[in-house]
Design a binder for this molecule. Structure first.
Ligand SMILES: Cc1cc2nc3c(=O)[nH]c(=O)nc-3n(C[C@H](O)[C@H](O)[C@H](O)COP(=O)(O)OP(=O)(O)OC[C@H]3O[C@@H](n4cnc5c(N)ncnc54)[C@H](O)[C@@H]3O)c2cc1C
Length: 410
């Protein structure tokens, strides 16, 4: 008897971990547009050179075993009625069971110029672009430049002071400050983080927020809360605070202001939440299509701690449930449900520090940075990869790579 065909759409946290758990139990195909997985929580360390691409972005052909087919293609349509998926430059594929794990896309919330002129920060290439932008800004500064001119040339804004915006802005500030010292430039760079709400990391608890606020201060990041970005151009950002608008010349604006659903999900005619997420049953199935499972950033799962929404932690935990239930569905057995809790929080703060919340206790500094590396090594997708990465960090260290002049850069 031929094995059931399972298509998994998306090779991120939800898709890869589901595929690895299902390997061998069915005819499993994973489809993704990139050739590598990305461990997004360490993209900041990739920006700073504390880790290399192979550590956090292993290629699927190294990661997936022989029991999983991998198709690198852009998914262009999902037809739940005919049970088929269309792909760019590839024959459509049909399925017996489908896993939807395509994650979200950057949400520019309609801000004028944001999509065209800001730098997104979700992929390896985005981190490369941002690093190049910082190097180019530094390279434009002659050694005798006045402090205020050097500061203007190296003004960067990060939009959104969620975990991502705070991790990124502290990392950028530390790298730029270090480059000013190494290059003997006068004055200091300027990094702003701009947030509409009244505080930084609004989704995190007060204990960890204190570490984040201290780190922003130590890295000399300017924090602008209750501030709304209204316009971005190639070299300027305009924001509004208490009814007053201000425009600043910038060398770059990075957008970490939120996530929205991909048009592929928008087009599905199934039950959605107010934010457009797919409402899933406690088994992760869509109620009108029992052979379709959804997880990660695109799924609204009612039985999870609210702070888990939109996190790798949730997608990672859901993958185990998805794989288990797909096996049960194929065997005609009873489905399982699970309540998802937070596994702890870890946030990178600049190039020397981090903060970790575990077992209700928060700690920070260089020790937390090491703990975060250890924690994330244990969460990498396969034990072979964990072993290689762990050994590389243990033996080779995780020192940041300074922003060197173009030509000497990595
Ligand atoms: C910079 C950054 C840092 C983060 N840090 C943390 C953190 O510290 N802790 C935490 O818990 N969460 C973190 N997150 C959030 C976390 O990455 C997501 O919640 C998680 O990745 C969601 O998993 P997913 O499987 O739903 O989607 P994703 O991991 O986003 O995977 C989606 C996959 O689908 C593919 N795809 C999408 N559209 C198509 C298409 N049309 N065709 C083919 N393939 C497609 C993508 O290439 C990707 O491989 C971070 C996110 C970012 C961007």
């Amino acid at each position: 008897m031929s094995k059931a065909k399972i298509l998994i759409l998306g090779g991120g946290f939800g898709g890869v971990f589901t595929a690895l758990e299902l390997a061998g139990s069915a005819d499993v195909t994973l489809i993704s547009d990139a050739d590598h997985f990305l461990f997004t929580p360490m993209l900041y360390e990739y920006l700073s050179g504390e880790v290399e691409a192979w550590h956090i972005a292993p290629r699927y052909d190294e990661l997936l075993n022989d029991n999983i087919h991998f198709v690198q293609a852009t998914i262009t349509g999902i037809d739940l009625a005919s049970q088929s998926v269309s792909l760019k430059g590839h024959e459509p594929l049909d399925y017996d069971a489908l896993v939807l794990a395509i994650g979200g896309v950057t949400n520019y919330v309609g801000v004028e110029g944001a999509e065209e002129f800001t730098l997104p920060f979700r992929k390896l290439s985005h981190a490369d672009n941002l690093r190049q932008r910082m190097v180019a800004a530094l390279d434009r500064i002659p050694p005798d430049f006045a402090p205020q001119d050097a500061r203007r040339e190296t003004t960067f804004a990060v939009v959104g002071a969620g975990a991502s915006g705070c991790e990124l802005s502290t990392k950028m500030a530390d790298l730029l400050n270090d480059a000013f010292t190494r290059r003997a430039l006068q004055g200091e760079p300027r990094v702003l983080v701009i947030e509409m709400g009244d505080r930084v990391v609004p989704g995190m608890g007060d204990q960890i927020r204190q570490f984040v606020e201290d780190a922003l201060h130590e890295s000399r990041v300017e924090v602008h809360t209750k501030t709304r970005v209204v316009k971005v151009t190639a070299d300027e950002i305009t924001f509004e605070h208490e009814g007053r608008q201000e425009s600043l010349k910038t060398a770059g604006v990075v957008w970490t202001g939120g996530v929205k659903m991909s048009p592929l999900i928008d087009h599905l005619d199934v039950e959605k939440s107010k934010r457009g997420l797919l409402v899933v049953q406690p088994t992760l199935q869509l109620s009108q299509h029992v052979n379709v499972f959804a997880l990660g950033d695109i799924a609204f799962y009612p039985d999870a701690t609210p702070t888990l929404a939109g996190t790798a932690q949730l997608a990672f935990q859901q993958a185990t449930l998805a794989a288990r239930n797909i096996k049960a569905y194929m065997a005609g057995e009873e489905m399982h449900t699970k309540h998802f809790e937070e596994l702890g929080e870890a946030i990178s703060l600049g190039t020397e520090r981090a903060a970790v919340l575990t077992g209700g206790k928060a700690f920070g500094g260089a020790l937390a940075r090491q703990a975060r590396f250890a924690l994330y090594t244990s969460r990498l997708p396969t034990w072979q990869h964990r072993l290689r990465v762990g050994a590389s960090w243990f033996l080779g260290g995780t020192t940041p790579q300074p922003l060197l002049p173009l030509g000497l850069e990595r």
